[in-house]
Design a protein around this ligand. Structure first.
Ligand code: ADP
Length: 871
């Protein structure tokens, strides 16, 4: 027989030892008959509850289903089992929610009826709460992700399907919730980014690579075609075999962020490249940013670290103090600060006047003022332009030309002083005046009909117009230039400006010029007439020697046509023998400016050569330059013929005279000897006088003969080497007896021998000595001296007689020249001695000259080379 007590004891011990909370109820009122400590803990009760009906022991169960359920198990005998059942139990006097998995199991008594209910409960409150919490967290995460625009994705790599949330689908442009294979997802990636994405996925799925999947790329919406930037992050999960079974992560839209960054970059670029000078400094004045233009302006190198620069690099001391102590304090949040500041170039120290605007910069997040931005505009170009404009305005103001500026209706907006004076308008009347009122009726019509339309198409017009003097009504002819002025921004014409020149002085001048021209024309005609009427051929030449004018006389005389003789054509008709000398003399004159004088032959109309004496003189300007040559050709054919006849006559005459004179001289000498011998001294003396006259006659005839020889070019020279000194001594010896009054003094220092014609040189010395005696009748001495003259022989004969005036000095060497005057007849002679002498000296290659003072005496000199050659 079983001991119920002992059984109960054992049972109780069993229940107590049970790892789950356990209670046993009995009877229809559900009395607690056994309960273990775990159950008591759940109930937060002690053993005192044993023996009490459950609804008494745990009054808080009222209104909950448990008592009913237990009663039902008693009645039905069916086990009741439930999970995660919620129960409100007292704990520390407070009702709290717990969750239990519990079982009400009926235990039949010996009578087969239900005697007990076996209640086991497992407290899963913590688990349920944790799960709820997890669910909450998940929900919260999803919520926060979706509110942040983040989508989640989960790739089942084994089955190659993707689980995407709605946001994710949206970001890839999928509508609805259709099944999306992985490849479809890939096809949404921008082609340019796809390779990188594929590579990133491969890396992420490589267990060894341990790569985080973190990539930014573009998607092109599958359905909507929209381009989005997304940021994708994810992680692969690997199984034991290292195979990725899951690859999940988030994706969020960074389109805005990318665009914002792009905008930021564009903005920075804009600021960087902006022509204005921009800087940002923090509130301590430390520079943070400076754009290129600013750096360039103040002389900061691109490579320089701007944070190392100090404000005093950019201002002089005074301006720095003003900026720091005054301006920076005046920057307000609403208006910033705007005004003029003079910056300074760090390198060149050049002051730079700038218009600067400051603004305060706030942190958009915190609203705190974090810096100052400055925007500076270099005013130098403006200042320069203003100065130039002012200068221009001044120039226009003081211009002597008429300057005005009108609106399109002709209303005068401006007129300078010269303009006002020209038309007699007062300054205060300008504003009310209209240009059509101060232009003549004709001009106003032209302005309306022609000029304004042209101005509007071409922008400018110039031409003659007429103004009207506002007080006198005088019509003032002007030359006007008109320009259209357009609005700088719209480009539409707004006004026109005019500059006019008073043509009256010009017209007066032109009239005077015309008069003068016609006068000149008349004079030229007169001169032409005059030139044509003179018997000579008259011509002019340019400084280069080309003839540019020949008078009509040429047509009568010249063999070539007048036009063909211009330039250098005249030379064509020249006698070939005369041409070289003529050209040489002409070119010498052109070069030296010396007068041109030559005789040459030119063919006439009949083809016969005629002799011309050609003379030309240069006309020089104020600077002394030759501007023209004026020449005459005088026909001297007849003179030449007469000369030839004279020469012929002289030649024949002197030649014919020479023989009888020689005979007479011989007879006279014989007669003189006979008289002397017979002692008839008187007759001998007379014959002696006759003899001297015969000598004179002989010498005169000799001179004439020489002249004819010279003219015919037949003067012969006999060359020999002789002692010059001895020759001079001999001549003195011969001449001294011809005078009783004069003593010939000598100073002969040239001792060398000469080669030349001894007799002809003797003739020259004799001639000089006899002249000296002849033309110094009051003097009693004559000096003859010789000396070495640059290696040549020089001889001079000095007398103290009547002398020669300077203007006649050079003529004495000309043929038949005799100094005219009262004394002419006092001194007999033909005027041939010096002519012959100069011919001889010149032909021997020497020079002859005279220095003389009228009334005091003359010195005639010649020089001869030591070796003279026939020329
Ligand atoms: P003439 O036969 O007249 O002397 P010349 O040819 O010898 O001819 O001289 C030319 C002129 O030169 C002279 O008529 C004379 O007027 C001037 N004359 C020459 N020699 C002298 C002189 N020694 N003193 C002054 N006049 C001179």
């Amino acid at each position: 027989m079983t001991n119920p007590f002992a059984e109960a004891q054992q049972f109780n011990a069993l229940i107590q030892a049970s790892p789950v909370a356990t209670a046993i109820y009995t009877g229809p009122d559900v009395t607690i008959c056994m309960v273990n400590q775990l159950m008591l803990n759940l109930w937060d009760r002690d053993a005192a509850v044993i023996g009490k009906p459950l609804e008494k022991a745990l009054p808080e169960l009222e209104g909950q289903p448990f008592i009913g359920l237990l009663k039902n198990v008693f009645q039905t005998g069916e086990t009741y089992e439930t999970r995660e059942s919620k129960a409100e139990l007292l704990r520390d006097g407070q009702l709290r929610t717990f969750y239990f998995d519990f079982t009400y199991k009926p235990i039949p008594g010996p009578d087969g009826k239900i005697a007990y209910i076996f209640h086991t409960a497992v407290d899963i409150t913590q688990m349920v709460e944790a799960r709820n919490q997890l669910a909450d967290t998940k929900e919260w995460l999803t919520l926060s992700l979706s509110s942040a625009g983040t989508g989640t994705w989960d790739l089942d790599t084994l089955n190659n399907t993707v689980r995407w949330d709605a946001r994710c689908r949206e970001l890839f442009g999928f509508a609805g919730d259709e099944h999306i294979p992985y490849d479809a997802a890939l096809s949404c990636i921008h082609p340019a980014d796809e390779p990188a994405v594929r590579q990133a996925v491969i890396n992420a799925l490589n267990p060894k690579a341990d790569d985080q999947y973190d990539i930014r790329y573009r998607t092109i919406g599958q359905k909507d075609g929209r381009l989005r930037w997304v940021h994708c992050k994810g992680k692969a999960y690997f199984n034991g075999e290292g195979l990725a079974y899951r690859f999940a992560g988030t994706v969020y839209d960074i389109t805005e962020e990318v665009h914002a960054r792009q905008r930021e970059r564009q903005l920075l670029r804009l600021v960087d490249d902006n022509a204005n000078h921009m800087t940002i400094a923090d509130m301590s004045g430390q520079l943070i940013y400076m754009n290129h233009a600013a750096k360039h302006l103040v002389g900061v190198l691109e490579t320089e670290d701007i944070t190392l620069l100090s404000a005093k690099d950019f201002y002089d001391a005074e301006e720095l103090a003003r900026v720091q102590n005054t301006i920076l304090k005046q920057i307000t949040e609403e208006d910033g600060w705007k005004g003029l500041i003079t910056l300074r170039n760090k390198i060149t120290k050049e002051p730079i006047p700038c218009e600067v605007s400051y603004m305060l910069i706030r942190d958009p997040e915190t609203g705190e003022v974090i810096g100052r931005g400055a925007n500076a505009r270099d005013l130098r170009p403006e200042i320069k332009a203003k100065a130039e404009l002012k200068l221009l305005a001044t120039i226009v103001d003081i211009s002597e030309d008429f300057c005005n500026y009108c609106d399109l209706d002709g209303g005068t907006l401006y007129m300078n002083a010269a303009g006002r004076q020209l038309i007699g308008l007062k300054e205060q009347d300008i504003k009310g005046s209209n240009m059509f009122a101060y232009h003549s009726a004709d001009s106003s019509r032209v302005i309306h009909e022609v000029i304004l339309p042209q101005l509007l198409t071409d922008g400018r017009w110039s031409g003659p117009l007429e103004l009207v003097h506002q007080q006198t009504g005088e019509i003032i002819p002007i030359h006007k230039q008109l320009f259209i002025i357009c609005d700088e921004f719209t480009g539409k014409p707004v006004a026109f400006a005019g500059i006019a020149r008073d043509l009256r002085p010009e017209l007066t001048f032109r009239k005077a010029l015309d008069e003068r021209n016609s006068e000149l024309q008349n004079t030229v005609q007169e001169l032409n007439f005059l030139a044509d009427s003179v018997p000579s051929v008259v011509w002019t030449s340019k400084p280069d020697g080309n003839l540019d004018y020949i008078n009509q006389r040429w047509n009568e005389r010249g063999g070539t046509a007048l036009e063909d003789s211009l330039g250098t054509g005249w030379a064509n008709g020249l006698h070939p023998d005369d041409l070289p000398a003529a050209l040489a003399a002409w070119s010498e004159s052109l070069q030296t400016g010396n007068p041109y004088q030559i005789e040459f032959r030119i063919k006439d109309k009949k083809g016969e050569y005629r002799w011309w004496l050609v003379r030309a003189l240069p006309l020089r300007n104020e600077a002394g330059e030759i501007v023209k040559w004026y020449g005459t050709n005088t026909d001297i054919t007849e003179q030449k013929e007469l000369q030839r006849q004279k020469d012929d006559f002289l030649g024949i005459a002197s030649h014919e005279l020479k023989t009888p004179i020689t005979s007479i001289k011989a007879y006279a000498q014989v007669m003189q000897k006979l008289f002397l011998r017979s002692g008839d001294n008187r007759n001998a003396d007379l014959v002696g006088k006759m003899n001297r006259q015969i000598n004179r006659l002989n010498s005169l005839v000799g001179d004439l003969l020489d002249v004819t020889k010279i003219s015919a070019g037949r003067l012969q020279f006999n060359y020999e080497t002789f002692d010059f000194n001895q020759l001079v001594e001999e001549v003195i010896e011969d001449v001294q007896p011809t005078t009783t009054k004069h003593l010939i003094k000598k100073a002969l220092s040239f001792k060398k021998e000469l080669t030349g014609d001894r007799d002809r040189i003797s003739q020259v010395i004799t001639n000089l000595l006899t002249n000296a005696i002849k033309y110094s009748p009051e003097a009693n001495e004559i000096i003859i001296y010789t000396e070495d003259y640059n290696g040549e022989a020089k001889l001079c004969v000095q007398d103290f007689g009547i002398g020669i005036s300077s203007e006649k000095k050079d003529k004495v060497f000309e043929q038949f020249y005799r100094v005219s005057g009262t004394q002419e007849y006092t001194f007999p002679g033909l005027g041939l001695g010096l002519y012959i002498s100069s011919e001889i000296i010149n032909r021997l290659g020497g020079k002859i000259w005279v220095t003389s003072v009228e009334g005091k005496g003359s010195t005639f000199c010649f020089s001869l080379p030591v070796k003279q050659l026939s020329i």
